[in-house]
Design a protein around this ligand. Structure first.
Ligand code: ZN
Length: 144
């Protein structure tokens, strides 16, 4: 496994929250459950950015459409994405929570091999045993 890229505690968090990593995604990646769907979504963006493949996988609803039985192939795909894409920005446009479900609409600025692979998504989340999990999402067209 490629080592996780460093997320410095006092550096601005990779999720563009404007907070330091130690007051944002760093403790969440270290095991403190995200308090909201937005916090979970931000931590997953940061996990992709720093290469924390295991975190991406364990915060995906294994019983949902994004869960994969072949965890080795899944890990390889997540790693390929994480390692080959430049994570250049995150903008959370809307976030809501109703009991143990939530939605977050975001736009991620990404580049791959010199091309723009940015996308927006309305993501769905579910909370089980105190842990928010990513279920799936709908891609948004640019500007939506
Ligand atoms: Zn963050």
């Amino acid at each position: 496994m490629t080592p996780v890229r460093r997320l410095a505690a006092n550096a601005p968090c990779r999720c563009d929250s404007g907070r330091k990593a130690k007051g944002c995604c760093l403790p969440v990646l270290a095991g403190t459950p995200a308090k909201t769907p937005e916090a979970l979504m931000r931590s997953r963006y940061t996990a992709y950015a720093v290469g924390d493949i295991a975190y991406v996988m364990r915060t995906t609803d294994a019983t949902g459409p994004k869960g994969r039985a072949d965890t080795q192939a899944w890990a390889a795909e997540v790693r390929q994405f994480s390692d080959s894409v430049s994570f250049d920005g995150l903008e959370v446009r809307a976030a809501s929570q109703s009991g143990d479900t939530g939605e977050v609409t975001f736009f991620a600025t990404l580049a791959h091999a010199g091309g723009d692979v940015s996308f927006g998504e309305r993501s769905r989340f579910v909370r089980r045993d105190g842990q928010w999990l990513y279920v799936d999402g709908d891609r948004l067209t640019r500007g939506e």
